[in-house]
Design a protein around this ligand. Structure first.
Ligand SMILES: C[S@@+](CC[C@H](N)C(=O)[O-])C[C@H]1O[C@@H](n2cnc3c(N)ncnc32)[C@H](O)[C@@H]1O
Length: 254
């Protein structure tokens, strides 16, 4: 089994839900930007690739879309289904657990969206995404920077060269744009700065640190992790701040 599988199921315990304030701020920005470009979600069929806990799928269903939310992680989709049910949106959201590679694409959707997901990590996966829409495609990926000082300190303390470690991430927005350019697909794009702060108990922070290192194929050293977390303690909590740029790309099938 790939390490990714456990990573995302572990992350599901901590990953923001659709109503998290920091996450909602970004999602509202992304969906409003699309709506300003005359994208209407109401009544459309939407495929959300790597939907996670439904941070985008649930707001889209609230806007009247019929969303197919696919994700590799059972834990993420369990959270999504729980929130959809609580919001009375179960009829508008259907979930499918699989790797994007093996997702059975039996129909095209009005809109296909992929946000911050390693489901879209190479050309073949992008091609499948491009073929999944009969109308509009929306990709959200990292922009020029993503700064998480705690993870940087953990990686630096474990490795000589930071570049040596695997990243396991998604295609950056700029790389996605290059691929659309190569295919003469016209698009609109926008980059925005964002930041969020996660507050964890020491135990949660330890689990987070271990998951982050293992994802980069680094074996965690208990003493190093412990000492870095202690130096980041504020009271009995560890605050983890991330500052990043995200890019939104919107294209239309001619
Ligand atoms: C950072 S979360 C993004 C969730 C949501 N799209 C958002 O923007 O908040 C990445 C999601 O991609 C999923 N994922 C990772 N690799 C995948 C794959 N190969 N196929 C499908 N989903 C995958 C993970 O399980 C996780 O839920």
């Amino acid at each position: 089994m790939q390490p990714q599988f456990n990573f995302w199921d572990n992350m599901a315990k901590r990953y923001p839900r659709f109503n998290d304030a920091s996450m909602s701020k970004d999602v509202n920005h992304i969906l409003s930007w699309c709506q300003e470009r005359n994208v209407s979600f109401e009544g459309t069929t939407i495929l959300d690739i790597g939907a996670g806990t439904g941070t985008i799928a649930i707001p889209l269903a609230q806007k009247g879309a019929h969303v197919t939310a696919m994700d590799i992680s059972e834990g993420m989709l369990a959270a999504l289904n729980e929130d959809a049910k609580e919001q009375g949106l179960s009829a508008k959201v259907s979930t499918h657990q699989s790797d994007w590679d093996s997702f059975p694409l039996s129909q095209q959707y009005d809109i296909v969206i992929a946000s911050m997901t390693p489901a879209i990590s190479d050309l073949q996966k992008i091609e499948k995404m491009l073929g999944a829409t009969k109308g509009i495609g929306i990709y959200v990926g990292w922009g020029k920077y993503r700064i998480n000082k705690l993870v940087e300190a953990l990686v630096k303390a474990h490795t000589k060269e930071e570049e040596d470690c695997a990243s396991g991430g998604c295609i950056k927005a700029a790389q996605f744009i290059d691929i659309l350019d190569e295919r003469n697909i016209t698009y609109e794009s926008s980059f925005f700065a964002t930041s969020w702060c996660d507050t964890y108990s020491f135990e949660e922070a330890r689990e987070y640190a271990y998951d982050q290192l293992k994802r980069k194929e680094i074996t965690p050293n208990e003493e190093i992790v412990e000492s870095i977390l202690i130096s980041n303690l504020e009271g009995d909590k560890v605050q983890i701040t991330t500052e990043a740029e995200k890019g939104i790309i919107l294209w239309r099938v001619a």
